[in-house]
Write a protein that binds this ligand. Structure first.
Ligand code: HEC
Length: 157
């Protein structure tokens, strides 16, 4: 009886530990505005999820990853900041969302990347990365380490 309880308990602990990998609170990295910044990207197609203006930021490791034609080292971080379009697409409207990808080999369900979304206050928006994020990245960039943008977006040759 005792043995059974121990088995149950360890099974439960295992499940809990597996969940905890993605559920661990992830903070928006401080100072990402000082990272390498992409060109300004404007999407005027209102049916696109990316409708609006966005900029991609890559930390040092991620820059090396882009330079190696999208092969990223553990820990690489990429942030995207989104802004609304008001009337004039030449001007950034209010910020509406921030997303993060961080290379983390424990995130086996999402290609070895942690995906996270944040509100304009920098607080996690609590999105489910498996159902909300990974699909497009898997579809568009399975041969590029699940990163859709490339060094060209940063003006790198
Ligand atoms: C509808 C498809 C789609 C969904 C869903 C999606 N993305 Fe993306 N994501 C893209 C595209 C397309 C780009 C490239 C944008 C560019 O090149 O300017 C991108 C770029 C990114 C980047 C910059 C690195 C890269 O791959 O180019 C990050 C970080 C990112 N997305 C995170 C997320 C997160 C976190 C979620 C879930 C909240 C998410 N994405 C959901 C399509 C999607």
């Amino acid at each position: 009886m005792m043995k059974f309880a121990v088995v149950l308990l360890s099974a439960w602990l295992l499940c809990f530990a597996a969940d905890a990998v993605q559920a661990a609170p992830i903070a928006l990295p401080k100072g990402y505005n000082a990272w390498k910044k992409s060109e300004r990207k404007v999407v005027t197609d209102k049916s696109s999820l990316f409708y609006g203006i966005h900029y991609i930021y890559a930390d040092k490791k991620a820059v090396s990853g882009y330079q190696a034609d999208n092969r990223f080292a553990e820990g690489s971080r990429i942030v995207v900041e989104f802004f609304n379009i008001k009337e004039n697409p030449a001007v950034d409207g209010p910020k509406n969302m921030v997303v993060l990808m961080q290379k983390d080999k424990r995130q086996v369900k999402t290609g070895g990347w942690l995906f996270a979304g944040f509100g304009t206050d920098g607080k996690p928006s609590g999105i489910d990365p498996v159902t909300t994020c990974f699909g497009c990245h898997q579809k568009d960039a399975s041969q590029r380490d699940f990163v859709i943008s490339t060094k060209k977006d940063f003006g790198m040759k």
